[in-house]
Design a protein around this ligand. Sequence first.
Ligand SMILES: Nc1nc2c(ncn2[C@@H]2O[C@H](COP(=O)(O)OP(=O)(O)OP(=O)(O)O)[C@@H](O)[C@H]2O)c(=O)[nH]1
Ligand SMILES: [Mg+2]
Ligand SMILES: [Zn+2]
Length: 231
Amino acid sequence: MLIRPIVANVDYLAIQFAAKHPNIDFERINLLLLTAFYYKVKPIVIINKIDYLTEEELCELKEKLSFLEKISVPMFVISCHQNIGLEEVENFLKDKTTVIGGPSGVGKSSFINFLQSERILKTGEISERLQRGKHTTRDSNMIKMKAGGYIIDTPGFSSIEVPNIKNMEELVSLFPEFSNIESCKFLNCSHTHEPGCNVKKEVEENKISKDRYDFYKKTLKILSERWNRYD
Ligand SMILES: Nc1nc2c(ncn2[C@@H]2O[C@H](COP(=O)(O)OP(=O)(O)OP(=O)(O)O)[C@@H](O)[C@H]2O)c(=O)[nH]1
Ligand SMILES: [Mg+2]
Ligand SMILES: [Zn+2]
C-alpha cells in the first residue's frame, strides 16, 4: 500500500514524464523508483510527447534512460498526440491495475483517455464547473481500461518525499544494481568512503549509472539527518 496517496493492491506504478514541456526531472524519476521499490510495486517508466524530439534527440534520451534496463524497469516512449507507442503500453498493462504518477502537464490524463473506452478526463482545457484556467487532475480516479484492467490517475505524486526507510541496509536493498555485484570488502559498506567498495568501482567503470549513485548518496544524506533527529 502506498500511504500517500492511498492506493492499495496495484500491480504497477507507471512513472510518466514528458520528453519536453515540461523537461524530464531525473531526480524525480529516481525518487519515484525508490518509492515503488519501497512499497513493492513494480515500476515502469513512460516518456510522453516524443513528437517534440528529433530522431537524434530521441536516441540521446534513450541513452540517458538506459540505466532502467540494468534494473529491469520497462521503459516506453510514446506520443499521445501522434499516436506513437500507445498500443505497446496498453498491451503491457492489460488486465493489471496500474497507478499512474508524474508531474503536472506530462499528459497523464491524455494517455488515460486513450486507455479507456470513453473519453471522460479533461486535459489542459478550461474547466467550466471549476472556472480554473487549466484543468489539473485533483482527485484519484480508478478507470476501467478498454483492453481490460484498471488505471488510477492521481495528482498526489508531485508531493512525494523520501519514504520512511529504517536504515542503510534497507536503503541499499532498494538499489537493485548494488546487490547483484561482487560484495564489498566490508559487509556493512555504506558505499561512500570505504576502501574496497565494489559499488564505487562499478560506478567508475560506468557499469552503475553515476546519476543513480549520486541519487543514492543524496538520499542517504537526507535519511541520515532524519535518523539522527529521531535517535
Ligand atoms: N505535444 C504533445 N502534447 C501533449 C501530448 N500529450 C498531451 N499533451 C498536451 O499536454 C498538456 C497536458 O496534458 P494532460 O493530459 O492534461 O496532463 P496531465 O499529466 O494529466 O496533467 P495534470 O492533470 O495537471 O497532472 C495538454 O495540453 C495536452 O494536450 C503529446 O503526446 N504531445
Ligand atoms: Mg490530469
Ligand atoms: Zn561498498
